[in-house]
Design a protein around this ligand. Structure first.
Ligand code: PEP
Ligand code: MN
Length: 345
């Protein structure tokens, strides 16, 4: 249930509405939007009691209206919050504003030198965040599984050396403490989008979460997964479209561009795009990055490798630092055309 109050209610009025919701067994929270104050109530309430409460609330002079959200996700919905959320990673770096966020780096952390050189290059060309997997969810147990703790250590060192904040994948709720000093943002990978214990665990943390769409997940399921994180108390969620499985085998996945404007209508959470996993082919990464920005994405996460043919994972979809520089140059023009901006422009 959402209660919209006039623009500047008194604190007593806000407290009164919160108490009425709480007395009906709902968890109440209030926030300010540009044109009004909103109080949301979460929980289950029997239909009769809900109608009675709605009527009582609507009778209050300072209540503009009361809305029900008839969806399996509530807190992530646009009905809950009309303004796009700003998800802040650190001072001056937030997803969801006019400025797009560019994340770049290798699929896997392979060595300190590889990571440092790549981080310096992508930073020089305009990336504001470094990506790199230390714990890798590989389809075959015989493929490179990542450097584990050693990889996290390199991410930490390179982040200090370059000043770039880090996003890295966490696969297991029990590992979260280990990531605390290194990760500025937890990445939940496609294969774990419906790992509910992991979603609940990151929901209890105070770090932003990059939630990737499951490769066979619907938009609705992605939003319900995000609702798990928000329900745990962590509102700092960024969604990532990274391609879905279709009958097409010419590309690794089919980047679902529809999902971008659709998600922007359905949720207030920022949405970024991963054109690397979305296509699986390095030569498609630049055009699909441009398409993603044109469709309204709030940022990109791109795999960059100094020698893609030697990469220990996902080399076929990794672009070189100089291709990344070209991507940024072209993305700048598209961003301007749709009223957005790149940090380096
Ligand atoms: C990755 O970012 O390297 C990764 C494994 O992504 P996804 O979970 O989207 O497959
Ligand atoms: Mn990868």
């Amino acid at each position: 249930m959402i209660v919209i109050l006039e623009r500047h209610p008194s604190s007593t009025q806000i407290a009164d509405v919160c108490r009425m919701l709480a007395d009906s067994g709902l968890d109440a929270s209030a926030w300010q939007e540009p044109a009004c104050t909103v109080i949301g109530g979460i929980g289950t309430i029997e239909a009769g009691a809900r109608d009675a409460l709605t009527e009582q609330l609507e009778h209050l002079s300072y209540v503009d209206c009361v809305r029900q959200i008839d969806k399996p996700y509530r807190m992530v919905s646009r009905e809950w919050k009309n303004e796009t959320s700003l998800v802040t990673v650190r001072d001056g770096l937030a997803f969801g504003g006019k400025e797009l966020v560019l994340i770049a780096g290798p699929c896997s952390v392979e060595s300190h030198g590889q990571l440092l050189r790549t981080a310096r290059e992508v930073k020089k060309h305009g990336a504001q965040m470094l990506r790199g997997g230390a714990f890798k969810p590989r389809t075959s147990p015989h493929f490179f599984q990542g450097l584990g703790l050693e990889g996290l250590q390199y991410l930490h060192e390179v982040s200090l050396e370059t000043g770039l904040p880090v996003v890295t994948e966490v696969m297991d709720a029990q590992d979260l403490d280990m990531f605390e000093t290194t990760a500025d943002m937890f990445q939940i990978g496609s294969r774990n989008m419906q790992n509910y214990s992991l979603l609940k665990a990151v929901g209890k943390r105070r770090k932003p979460v990059l939630l990737k769409r499951g490769m066979s997940a619907t938009v609705d399921e992605l939003l319900q997964a995000a609702e798990y994180v928000m329900s745990g108390g962590n509102a700092a969620v960024v969604l990532c479209e990274r391609g879905i499985r279709t009958f097409e085998t010419a590309t690794r996945n089919t980047l679902d561009l529809n999902a971008i404007p659709l998600l922007k209508r359905l949720t207030h959470l920022p949405v970024i795009v991963d054109p690397s996993h979305g296509t699986g082919l390095s030569e498609l990464v630049i055009p699909m990055s441009l398409a993603a920005i044109a469709a309204g994405a709030d940022g990109l996460i791109v795999e960059v490798h100094e020698e893609p043919q030697k990469a220990l994972s996902d080399g076929r979809q990794s672009i070189t630092p100089s291709e990344f520089s070209l991507l940024v140059e072209r993305a700048d023009a598209v961003a301007c055309a749709v009223g957005r901006r790149l940090p380096c422009s």
